[in-house]
Design a protein around this ligand. Structure first.
Ligand code: 5GP
Length: 188
């Protein structure tokens, strides 16, 4: 089987996680690539399902051992990254890996894997709407909300570097568009 990688990237609150989860539920050939992170686990999250949660020391040890395909200090003092063994695990199951990563991480992974990977940018209709969504999600402190908004403004500038884009105004439309993009890629 020709194992592939599909990356859903975009600012925090753009809806990339919801869209990736939708595709996962409807496509048994996909498997979610679980990233590692040093951030605190949220109450609705599970270790090994949403992320591999680890200490900063452990993460840094794994960086030194060259265990990551890509890693980044996405927010000050908080690391996120994809372990090589995670993609190997998914491919050994005969599945395609679907990623939900930030914009820089997505571009780095795309560069490493070339035609084996498709990078899709999920764009919020506006920064104002993004802010409203993040506030409604109620997962952020005032500081982390500000950090996410500031980062989103920068990330919007990278959209043109992506092969495919979804403007996530209406979720149902975005699900259809994502399904179409995935089909095209897997058949290519
Ligand atoms: P959150 O804390 O909201 O779960 O994620 C924060 C940001 O980090 C999101 O944009 C998320 O997509 C991104 N992220 C998650 N995993 C990775 C990863 O492995 N690498 C990079 N570069 N970003 C990641």
């Amino acid at each position: 089987m020709n194992n592939k990688i599909i990356l859903f990237c975009g600012p925090s609150g753009s809806g990339k996680t919801t869209i990736s989860q939708y595709l996962l539920q409807h496509n048994p050939t996909l498997c979610f690539s679980v990233s590692a992170t040093t951030r605190q686990m949220r109450t609705n999250e599970r270790d090994g399902e949403d992320y591999y949660f680890m200490s900063k020391e452990e993460f840094e040890k794994r960086i030194a051992n060259n265990e990551f395909i890509e890693w980044e200090e996405v927010y000050t003092g908080i690391y996120y990254g994809t372990l090589r063994e995670e993609v190997e695990r998914i491919w050994s199951l005969g599945k395609h890996a679907i990623f939900d990563v930030d914009v820089m991480g997505g571009l780095n992974i795309k560069q490493k894997f070339g035609d084996k990977a498709l990078a899709v940018y999920v764009m919020p209709p506006s920064i104002e709407i993004l802010k409203e969504r993040l506030v409604a999600r109620n997962s952020e402190t005032p500081e982390s909300l500000e950090q996410r908004i500031a980062k989103a403004s920068i990330e919007m500038g990278y959209a043109k570097q992506f092969e495919r884009k979804i403007i996530n105004d209406n979720l149902e439309d975005s699900f259809l568009k994502a399904t179409e993009i995935l089909k095209d890629f897997l058949e290519s």
